[in-house]
Design a binder for this molecule. Sequence first.
Ligand SMILES: [Zn+2]
Length: 109
Amino acid sequence: MSGRRRRRPHSARRRERPGERPRWWTLRRAQNRKPATYRCPLCGGLLPALSEHALLLPEGKSTGRRHAHSSCVEAARRAGRLPTRDEWRRTQPRPPSPWRRLLARLRAR
Ligand SMILES: [Zn+2]
């Protein structure tokens, strides 16, 4: 008999609750004509709307869209923090299609 199991307290560390954050983002290039100033959600810095920047749409919705620096978006994308819909879908388990189930059954014989 081996003793008790070891637990790593750090593995339980999770800051974000599920559902609190969009699962994926639609990214668009944006350049406004109106002289507004936004605040970039990624770095917290100011973003003049007249400069070329990126528009972040949470799960493709235009409500809650954010304006961000292109460079911040690129950095976040490289860090894997702004997955696109396709990237997010690739991480989701797929239900087996009838065709796949049939193949699996044939192979099992
Ligand atoms: Zn920024």
